[in-house]
Design a binder for this molecule. Structure first.
Ligand SMILES: NC(=O)c1ccc[n+]([C@@H]2O[C@H](COP(=O)([O-])OP(=O)(O)OC[C@H]3O[C@@H](n4cnc5c(N)ncnc54)[C@H](O)[C@@H]3O)[C@@H](O)[C@H]2O)c1
Length: 394
């Protein structure tokens, strides 16, 4: 299928915006330009990435008739307005996660997406697109592990371990009320719901801000940049932190299965590790993003197995999501490539009533509903049901 008929523009020149650009270009999709938070940042990014256009404002992207798809890779608080602007300008949207900072906002975006059925609206949950996560999903769907009984796992990082580590995500007004859960926990929950097909009915949470005061540098850098700049590289001021560094969440799924997730951004040595273990009545599956090309298959009555990512060993429907032969490892950047291939193929096929394998706005809304139930549970120290009121039509 030819994907190169569409043209994209990207907003956000920090950590993840350039990842979008690179993945799109690996697929032959034209990226016309990029927008940063200032003309100088746009120009620097366009030059570094070799893009023809440095946009000077978001409005310039929206009024560019050559741009079909807008990729939103700015901080969370910008997402809602940027999505609304893109839909209003009849552009397809790929928005970074979380879709917005509250379920009121995401509900509004779901409604607006419904009113624009001719536009593709996607949320960038890329972890779904590790080939072995897709293989795990296929194994669950085809009954290979029987009925899912329980799920456990974690998303763990260390880049905010020091009180001198700083990022906009630490602030409620920039990232939303939940940080570790909202930033990385939503990746885990989206992945588990995607792989198991199970709905989360209620949650019980314990969250902690283990570093309550942090030193905010006078000049902040891009995400993860603190690791390279070195702690205390610039002058700073102390800031009281309201968002959580760590969280532990229990889940009850609709089929009666139970789950447990740990999230942390303050665990030394774990750079960016997402793991899951799904236990079924006939077997288990475990996966670890630090070894993304291995899938562990657990058995009760025979030796366990290790499936190494190799197209010839994957389910037929999963093979197309891997581009390299076995032994040629694929990782984080490849998930973006496979995600955009799925989105742009969907776009090229043109029937947007078909089910989609990538996350849509409803999935983005679901994550905010889960986050809000988790926050309420933490505050009340009680089980909280996930409230799924249908977004109101106006
Ligand atoms: N899917 C993933 O794996 C993944 C990974 C990292 C980040 N993200 C998401 O991507 C988004 C960006 O995160 P990041 O880590 O790249 O942050 P970052 O701070 O590294 O980069 C954000 C960039 O947006 C720019 N920006 C701010 N306001 C802008 C505006 N109005 N117009 C244009 N640019 C603007 C900033 O200058 C900065 O360069 C967040 O929503 C985050 O949750 C997703």
């Amino acid at each position: 299928m030819i994907l190169s008929q569409k043209t994209a523009a990207v907003t956000g020149t920090g950590f993840i915006g350039p990842v979008h650009v690179e993945a799109l270009r690996r697929l032959g999709i034209r990226v016309k330009g990029i927008l940063g938070s200032s003309p100088a940042k746009s120009e620097m990014a366009a030059k570094t990435l070799g893009l023809p256009k440095a946009y000077l404002s978001y409005e310039e992207i929206l009024s560019d008739p050559e741009v079909d798809v807008v990729h939103i890779a700015t901080p969370n608080r910008q997402h809602r307005d940027m999505v609304i602007g893109a839909l209003h300008a009849s552009k397809h949207v790929v928005c970074e996660k979380p879709l917005a900072t509250s379920s009121v906002e995401t509900s509004e975006l779901v409604e607006r997406a419904r009113k624009n059925p001719a536009l593709v609206t996607a949320v960038n949950y890329n972890v779904r697109f590790y080939p072995l996560a897709l293989q795990a999903r296929d194994l669950v769907q085809t009954g290979a592990i029987g009925r899912v009984l329980s799920v456990r796992g974690a998303y763990i990082q260390d880049w905010l371990l020091k009180d001198t580590d700083w990022n906009w995500r630490l602030l409620v007004e920039e990232g939303g009320e939940l940080r570790a859960v909202g930033d990385i926990g939503t990746h885990w929950m989206d992945l588990i719901v995607f792989v198991t097909g199970l709905r989360i009915d209620s949650v019980f949470a314990d969250l902690a801000t283990l570093i309550p005061v942090r030193q905010r540098p006078k000049a902040a850098g891009a995400t993860f940049q603190g690791n390279e700049a070195g702690a205390g590289a610039t002058a700073s001021e102390p800031i009281q932190i309201q968002t959580e560094d760590w969280g532990s969440v229990l889940f009850r799924f609709a089929n009666g299965a139970r789950g447990a997730m740990a999230v942390s951004q303050v665990t030394a040595g774990r750079k960016n590790q997402i793991t899951f273990e799904i236990a079924g009545s006939d077997g288990s599956i475990a996966w670890d993003s630090e070894h993304p090309n291995d899938l562990w298959l657990g058995h009760r009555d025979k030796p366990n197995e290790l499936l190494i990512r190799d197209p010839s060993l994957l389910a037929p429907g999963v093979r197309s999501f891997t581009s390299y032969p076995g032994g040629h490892n694929e990782g984080f950047p490849d998930t973006f490539k496979q995600l955009y291939r799925a989105i742009y193929e969907y776009l090229a096929e043109g029937d947007f009533s078909r089910p989609k394998i990538f996350a849509g706005f409803e999935d983005g809304h679901e994550e905010l509903l889960l986050c809000e139930a988790i926050l309420q549970s933490h505050r009340t120290q009680a089980w909280v049901p996930v409230r799924r009121n249908q977004p109101e039509s106006s």
